[in-house]
Design a protein. Structure first.
Lengths: 305, 305
């Protein structure tokens, strides 16, 4: 039985609601706003934003389902490109949930998740997604927990997905000009349809499990860290790390680029930016400090499990 | 007589020194650091940064002169491209001064200037540059003063340069996804060599005058505004405007892109980012407020003179 795009969108809407509920409980104070928006060229979304919570300073859980004529850049980029004449171009449908959470405390990590589904009426379709963690201070136990949970989700479906998609995350969440990873990575995958062992339906199940794993993983990380004490020095370091996060999102992130270039809703796309960020000229952490230790771990190919 | 690239670089170095002197005097407290750096592939620069001054919170006056094999993207972009084989590619030399000043007070505008000279050993050479102003609160008298001064510099050399280059600045300093200009514009020009009325040497004189005009214009704007009072609300608005400034520089600015892609010195390139910036989800200024008035003036094609 063919799974319809509407069915996938409905499940994503439900995922958005579940995650917001779980995050509100974990926060204990902040509440998500709800805003419905429509896109002139077709489709729309539901933006849910939490601000000034007890744990979360600024966070968004965004659902969208947009459609229309496949835009130019899809053809430039796509290995599936077969149609070049504008008159013959196919229709596209893209739906997904995107999350970025910036906690108030520098002891609680920033998290990002995205799950997305894309199809064209010429038969092309694929799944994409990822979860990655950006601790302001890297804690190896938390990093192990985070990656182990992702590995569990992957292993349930395919023996090499974790190692493949962990590597992909290392490569994707990389701030090239800084020669450092955004955080401790996680998993990232794109253009998943079917492959030797996995049908599209099997990959869809994997993809759903990735989405469902988010709330449990992040609420556990909140619980572990939200009551840790911190000082002004830790807070300023957090602002600097958030500056790097903004650099990644504005320069490299493909979702941000896709959104801004396809005339997406600017406020929904840029909700990933932190409430406050900082840049200091030529900042270098003190030798032997926790900040220096964290920097030294912002590298690819670390086995966190 | 042919003007050598070394001569142009020497003059830019002198311009950097003069501007730093003038800004230190205007600030009254802050001092510029001096840092010499070299580029592995050839050349280097002098980075001069001022932090936590009485007027200037963070500012850089950067000089550089780099050279080597012309990089790939120059050929993709350049209308002068004739050489496509890597083995035959020419050598390039690029030298310039770049300035961004972020004042502490929201009543003092952010300013940017860049003057640059580029040549290849295949005979191609050009001048580029620009000055633009980003007031957190637009003051029409200051805007008139700023544009009138730039017009004076332009008019001295060519009757239509001001209107041409003012339009170019409106188009260049535009945050497409926000549908707003970065500030009140100024002048911008690129790939200036010779044209009907102007030899390269005449354009070089115009270009030098642009650089020399900076210190007088900005120190006057500092004098006019530095003692104005402001409150927390004004300060938060300043952080939001700086967020927009960061968006422009990280997404659109060609100098930033060129720098990061050509393996330039990251800290020198990103000194343009403010010490502190802020993003609020879906921020809208109050109806009838000064903030709303400023937003309404962030449009192209305003005649400020």
């Amino acid at each position: 039985m063919e799974i319809s795009k509407e069915h996938i969108s409905d499940q994503l809407k439900q995922l958005q609601a579940n995650i917001c509920d779980a995050l509100e409980k974990a926060d204990g104070k902040g509440k998500f706003s709800i805003e419905n928006w429509t896109r002139e060229e077709g489709g729309g979304g539901i933006s849910r934003v939490i601000q000034n919570g007890a744990v979360i300073e600024k966070g968004g859980v965004m659902y969208s389902a947009v459609h229309g004529d496949a835009p130019d850049f899809l053809f430039k980029e796509s290995e599936h490109a077969v149609v070049t004449e504008k008159t013959a171009r196919p229709k596209f449908y893209a739906t997904g949930v995107s999350i970025v959470i910036h906690p108030a405390s520098p002891m609680v990590p920033i998290i990002h998740m995205n799950v997305r589904y894309f199809e064209m009426n010429n038969g092309v379709k694929w799944l994409g997604g990822g979860i990655d963690l950006t601790p302001h201070y890297i804690n190896k136990e938390d990093a192990k927990f985070f990656h182990s949970e992702l590995k569990k989700v992957c292993d349930k479906h395919h023996p090499t997905y974790y190692s493949q998609f962990k590597k992909w995350a290392d490569d994707y969440f990389f701030i090239t000009h800084r020669k450092e990873t955004r955080g401790i990575g996680g998993i990232f995958f794109d253009r998943l349809n079917s492959n030797t062992e996995m049908s599209f339906e099997k990959n869809l199940n994997f993809w759903k499990d990735v989405g469902s794993s988010f709330a449990g993983i992040y609420t556990e990380l909140i619980k572990r860290n939200k009551d840790k004490s911190f000082n002004e020095h830790n807070k300023q370091w957090q602002l600097l790390r958030r500056g790097r996060y903004a650099e990644f999102n504005l320069i490299y992130d493909k979702g941000t680029k896709f959104g801004l270039e396809s005339n997406g809703r600017v406020e929904s796309i840029l909700m990933s930016l932190p409430k406050f960020a900082s840049w200091e000229y030529d900042h270098k952490p003190q030798a032997g400090s926790e900040e220096e230790r964290t920097l030294s771990l912002l590298k690819k190919e670390i086995n966190w499990v």
